[in-house]
Design a protein around this ligand. Sequence first.
Ligand code: UDP
Length: 219
Amino acid sequence: VLEFRGSSIAIPRALDLSSARPPRVGTRSTAAGTSTTGRGRIAAAILFRGAVPEGELARLENFLCEALAGTDKSLYLLGAKPVVVAALRAWMAVYYPHTRVAGARNGYFTQDEEPQVIADIAASKADVLLVAFGAPRQDVWVAEHLQATGVKLAMGVGGLFDYYSGNIPRAPQWVREIGMEWAFRLSQEPRRLWKRYLCGNVVFLSRLMWWKLSGTRKT
Ligand code: UDP
């Protein structure tokens, strides 16, 4: 994909099907596919395909960091709080020492500062952009600005930088494997997340069931 010479590619995080008005991501850039790492992925896979292929449970982000190691291709890390970005760079140096990081910037900037953020990314000449603003904002941002950054491949990664930097504890591996990381996160930050997960999951599952029963298949 990194040798791709055409227009830029944006990989939205698993689309938030609980949203009544899903953002029109991919309208100006090409959506090559969705990451199957979000909540509901197993419910969706079981309902529509009967099984979850093991490979789809692997994090695409890890794969990308590994794929870039030892190459001349580089990453730009955009998003999360300044302290998290600093810790993330240190974490990358330990776990992916051979992956080039062309630049990194926190995700707290004003609209006036946005042109400078885009210019910084363009100047870095990064090949891959990971954006951690949370869904769906990150996907909308990528759809609107990817072309201007000159980056060929971008992907929304949600709270990934917080996990990698150690800012937020991750659920145990087995909890992640059964698709229940959302419940672990809810137990950590109930006030902020109860509405998103409890209400959102009910709407999400209802929509999935509707599509299943009505024979509509969204890809
Ligand atoms: N964030 C940001 N700028 C903002 C708001 C949030 O960079 O204006 C970051 C925040 O610090 C966190 C991430 O976006 O690192 C959101 O993570 P969340 O867990 O909400 O995303 P999810 O994985 O649930 O999509």
